[in-house]
Design a binder for this molecule. Sequence first.
Ligand SMILES: [Cu+2]
Length: 123
Amino acid sequence: MNKTLLCITLALALACRREAPSQPPAQRPLEVSAPAGARVPVEVDGEGYHPARIKAPAGARLTLVFRRTTDETCGQQVQFPSLNVRHDLPLNQPVEVAVTVPASGSLGFTCGMNMYQGSVLVQ
Ligand SMILES: [Cu+2]
């Protein structure tokens, strides 16, 4: 059952990627580029964030959609220290976080214990 769902999910993900040539072909890229207004799925597993680096134009608004896919992780929360924002990440439930890409540099996010690191960067 889980394997079937995984296959369907992978098939859909691959189909979507084919329509978005700017995305690298890797199955779980470390870094992605997103256009302004994009919804960017971010998986949280036992190894951290996938992708961990999200690039977009300065000032663009993005919706990061975090989904924690395992309990074997300390990623039960995600926080944006510079925004003083913290969200719980229930297992397998998408959690949307709206962010604005900074004019320069990066907007960092981490797990609740500051072990997993991710960032939103100017493209
Ligand atoms: Cu942690």
